[in-house]
Design a protein around this ligand. Structure first.
Ligand code: BES
Ligand code: ZN
Length: 628
């Protein structure tokens, strides 16, 4: 009996060990010492943060803030629970903010100093702590020009009745509204208490309210640990519309109905994503549609994607952006780039994943068109940056530079095409298992490119004896020779039409009425750059591009028009687009084209009126471009 029991218990114990071992291999359970040691590794050094995580690390944030829309100031207390490696000083990142006092644990006021301002990074906040300190509370005020925050007057919103505020944290702007260890390699959970004027509703990258209450004080909880660049807030006259069990839309009342229609497939995308790469670990997935000055297409703030209204085209044709931000719930938010040099790990995976979601919902043809448009963007960017320039490497070196400099199609498209090339070699089934496993094993962790390569070699390259030249893709310039080629029948037809009809002066195309947005974009992008004014005017007359309700089509047409001179006839349309929309992806090519075509006067005329409507992120880029 005893013998049987022993054998049985041995078997059970070994099964338990085996389970425990396979389960715990990744994430590797770490004691505090190795957590601190990890931050001391040179490859993990974040050159975009002043923080000293090898000495003291933020773990949880209790945020208590009050918003003053009149003064455009946020006043608050950021109370952190920290992990302390017997440190006597803890360093936080800040930018253009006032620090009133710092309290250790519950009531011990301490000494602090703000270091010199660095134009790119802001100011280090150095707080004297004790080796036993476990809590640090920072009392602070933001400045009206905190670059993460855009305070909008009612006039700048859709409904023009109430003010609006939104934040943009990525890459290193959160430090301008919350003093924090602002590095993607540091994860914290957070709770927040937010006080706003009673007629406004605040929402965050957290568990959110669905409607306003009558006292204007709201509480939030983000129980999963996230890097500070994903802490986000938006406040406005917001309504909520459900689009499924797990998904919904926040928008100003007049925008809500069209947004609910446009994003109706979101929950299907979520299910397709889960089927591909494992469970969605953030509970709800909602989208907030922001005013048009939002400087990006979308921002993957966890549980609540921030989106530009310029993707509401009326025909659901620009929703790959939703698939993209949703995909970040795995690539980026679950598995995060350790530093901004590893940005491609976030974006390259996300673009690949985005197209897989779109393929699952709308078929391979659709996804191939997206991939081809992406490849065109990649080629243009490589040309623009320079074929042999180090900025065309996937792994970047942004030390001493703006973290934003990495936001090119290298990270997005070269990254995605690298993954496509791996998929092409081993087949979809094996590749999908690899990606799914990669997400699951590294969930809630951060990775450097080198750590990813070690993993990739072990689990893919060596396992399946692949011959991919990882060096060329990751540490080499331009587009590697084994880059996959994607084709689309629909796009080939358009190429033929341009060659055989348009170039011969036959501008009316019979079946153009059934073209989708992506076909139109391919068409406009491939029109000869030097079309004469008469032809441009005729195309305008037939297809009404300048009156399109689709912002992507408008932007592509306006750019071509500027390049070939047609724009003088549609100046008011261009001006009105550029004054209403603040999305940097549209502003940059249009202002660049005006500059290159030598019409700085028109560029400046628009910019003078538009600048105050743009978010700091766009202003910074445009000021540089237009040398303001
Ligand atoms: N995370 C990015 C936006 C971002 C990147 C903001 C770096 C600040 C610094 C977001 O997921 C994104 O990639 N947005 C794209 C849309 C996407 C469909 C390519 C955009 O805004 O254009
Ligand atoms: Zn992205």
């Amino acid at each position: 009996m005893i013998h049987i029991f022993n054998t049985a218990s041995k078997i059970i114990i070994s099964i338990l060990f085996a389970l425990l071992f396979t389960h715990c291999q990744y994430p590797i359970p770490m004691n505090n010492e190795s957590i601190f040691a990890q931050y001391a590794k040179p490859d993990r050094k974040d050159h975009h943060s002043f923080a000293n995580p090898s000495e003291a690390i933020t773990k949880h944030l209790d945020l208590d803030i009050k918003l003053d829309f009149e003064k455009k100031i946020l006043t608050g207390i950021a109370k952190y629970n920290i992990l302390n490696n017997n440190a006597t000083e803890m360093i936080f990142d800040t930018r253009s903010m006032t620090i009133d006092k710092v309290i250790l644990d519950d009531n011990d006021e301490t000494i602090f100093s703000l270091g010199a301002n660095n134009e790119l990074l802001g100011q280090p906040l150095k707080v004297t702590i004790k080796k036993t300190t476990t809590k640090v509370s920072i009392y602070y005020k933001t400045s009206p020009d905190a670059p993460a925050l855009q305070w909008l007057d009612p006039q700048q919103t859709a409904d023009k009745k109430h003010p609006f505020l939104f934040s943009q944290g990525q890459a290193i702007l959160t430090r301008s509204w919350i003093p924090c260890q602002d590095s993607p390699g540091i994860r914290i959970t957070y709770d927040a208490k937010v006080e706003v004027p009673k007629d406004l509703l605040p929402v965050m990258s957290a568990e959110n309210p669905f409607e306003k209450n009558d006292h204007g004080v709201y509480t939030f909880k983000m129980k999963q640990a996230i890097p500070p660049y994903l802490i986000a807030i938006a406040v406005g006259d917001l309504s909520f519309g459900s689009i499924g069990e797990q998904c919904g839309i926040y928008a100003e009342p007049s925008v809500l109905e069209s947004a609910v229609y446009e994003f109706a497939d979101t929950e299907k995308m979520l299910h397709a994503a889960e089927k591909l790469y494992g469970p969605y670990l953030w509970d709800r997935y909602d989208i907030i549609v922001l005013p048009p000055s939002f400087p990006f297409g979308g921002m993957e703030n966890p549980r609540l994607t921030f989106a530009t209204p310029t993707i509401i085209a009326g025909d659901r044709s620009l929703t790959s952006l939703v698939a993209h931000e949703l995909a970040h719930s795995w690539s980026g938010n679950l598995v995060t780039n350790a530093t901004w040099n590893d940005f491609w790990l976030n974006e390259g995976f996300t673009v690949y994943f985005e197209r897989r979601i779109m393929e699952a919902l709308y078929g391979a043809d659709y996804a191939n068109m997206l991939a081809m448009l992406g490849f065109q963007d990649l080629e243009a960017d490589v040309e623009h940056i320079g074929h042999s320039h180090a900025d065309t490497h996937l792994k970047l070196d942004l030390k001493g530079r703006d973290a934003d400099d990495g936001m090119t199609d290298i990270a997005y498209e070269k990254g995605a095409y690298f993954l496509m090339s791996l998929e092409a070699q081993i087949g979809r089934e094996k590749f999908d298992l690899f990606i799914k496993d990669y997400f699951s094993k590294h969930r809630f962790q951060t990775l450097t490119t080198d750590e990813f390569i070690v993993y990739l070699k072990e689990h893919l390259i060596e396992k399946y004896h692949l011959e991919t030249d990882i060096e060329a893709w990751i540490y080499g310039p331009g587009i590697p020779e084994d880059c996959p080629v994607v084709v689309s029948d629909k796009f080939s037809k358009i190429n033929n039409i341009i060659t055989n009809k348009i170039k011969k002066g036959q501008l009316k195309i019979d079946d153009a009425s059934v073209w989708t947005t992506h076909e139109w974009l391919h068409f406009i992008r491939h029109l000869p750059q030097d079309l004469n004014p008469e032809t441009m005017a005729e195309l305008e007359k037939i297809y009404g591009f300048s009156k399109s309700g689709n912002a992507e089509i408008l932007a592509a047409w306006f750019e071509l028009s500027i390049i070939n001179g047609h724009y003088v006839k549609i100046k008011s349309e261009i001006k009105s687009f550029l004054t209403q929309v603040g999305r940097r992806k549209f502003l940059t090519p249009l202002y660049t084209a005006l500059k290159e075509e030598g019409d700085m006067a028109f560029a400046k005329e628009i910019y003078t009126d538009a600048r105050e409507n743009y978010h700091a992120v766009s202003v910074q880029t445009m000021d540089k471009l237009l040398e303001i």
